[in-house]
Design a protein around this ligand. Structure first.
Ligand SMILES: NC(=O)c1ccc[n+]([C@@H]2O[C@H](COP(=O)([O-])OP(=O)(O)OC[C@H]3O[C@@H](n4cnc5c(N)ncnc54)[C@H](OP(=O)(O)O)[C@@H]3O)[C@@H](O)[C@H]2O)c1
Length: 286
């Protein structure tokens, strides 16, 4: 198989590069410098020239607060560029694996969101990601959309790294304790994508899937576990969402139900604390 990974310089793309695909596959890792997915002609040429069978789209506009100020930029990458990939995938007969977000939901639920739960995005980021999903459906291409949440990795910027940096600067942190969800180690999401693509009947299993790590915690619980595992003595105090205003609305409840991906593909879903510990060990080894 010839696989194109777009946005490969980000958290998920870097983890995919690290774990790799099957040795039988030829994989083309690209980021915006090699392939700007907002450029329709460039996408068409790249896909046909390299006889791509599968596109894994890790590219996105992910700055949730900034998106409120520059919606047109978020729209360009999260909608228009996704439409480019989907239409080219449809024309060339490729499978498109695309990554979406828990922000398509409004966060008012009290039990895990399934793939059938009603969507109701509350932010520019969430609305553009949902519009990206809809552009894929409209194109009619073969597609797997994986919604995930609270992504962190040794690569790129993320909550875990911010907490470790702040803990190095301050003796005490204040972290929101009334928003709950599940952290997702990007390496586990990357492994899930590789696992799905290795399934011989993947083309018959298209649709939306949810993937995060297993379990539930607040951002404050997550921060405390980061401190514990890194041996940091910094105190983490819980605060409310109202005490930490942000430009974009944050969902109070973001837990994703992983039953479908487990049953359809037999994907393993590690528990979030175990995943975080694994990630910390990886950092120590570097
Ligand atoms: N991060 C989270 O907490 C989270 C939560 C739920 C879902 N997700 C979804 O998970 C996926 C992966 O997220 P991530 O955290 O790995 O994202 P990321 O670290 O922000 O990486 C995205 C990559 O896409 C690149 N990119 C931006 N515009 C592009 C373009 N026009 N053409 C090609 N590449 C472009 C970015 O380059 P620049 O850095 O130069 O812009 C960056 O390297 C995304 O679909 C995201 O929406 C993320």
């Amino acid at each position: 198989m010839n696989i194109l990974v777009t946005g490969a310089g980000g958290q998920l793309g870097s983890e995919l590069r690290k774990i790799g695909f099957s040795p039988l596959d030829e994989v083309f890792f690209t980021d915006v410098a090699e392939l700007d997915i907002t450029d329709r002609k460039a996408v068409e040429n790249y896909v046909s020239r390299n006889e791509i069978d599968t596109i894994v789209n890790c590219a996105a506009y992910t700055a949730v607060d900034k998106a409120e100020e520059e919606p047109e930029k978020a729209e360009l990458v999260n909608v228009k560029a996704v439409e480019n990939l989907a239409e080219v995938a449809e024309k060339e007969g490729c499978l498109l694996v695309h990554v979406s977000t828990d922000y398509v939901f409004d966060g008012t639920a009290s039990e895990p969101y399934t793939e059938k739960s009603p969507v109701n995005p509350q932010t520019v980021y969430g609305r553009t990601k949902l519009a990206g999903e809809r552009a894929i459906r409209k194109s009619g291409c073969l597609a797997i959309i994986v919604r995930t949440a609270w992504l962190y990795s040794e690569f790129g910027g993320n909550f875990m790294k911010t907490m470790l940096r702040l803990a190095g600067e301050k003796g005490e942190l204040h972290v929101v304790c009334d928003q709950v969800g599940t952290p997702t180690y990007a390496a586990d999401l990357a492994a899930a994508i590789v696992h799905m693509l290795a399934d011989e009947s993947v083309a018959d299993k298209t649709g939306i899937y949810h993937f995060s790590n297993e379990g539930i915690c607040s951002w404050c619980d997550f921060a405390r576990e980061i401190m514990r595992l890194s041996g940091n003595k910094c105190t983490v105090n819980g605060i409310t969402t109202a005490e930490y205003p942000a430009k974009a609305h944050r969902p109070a409840y973001s837990v994703l139900d992983k039953t479908k991906i487990k049953q359809t593909f037999g994907v393993a879903v590690p528990e979030w604390r175990e995943a975080l510990e694994r990630m910390m060990r990886t950092r120590d080894e570097v």
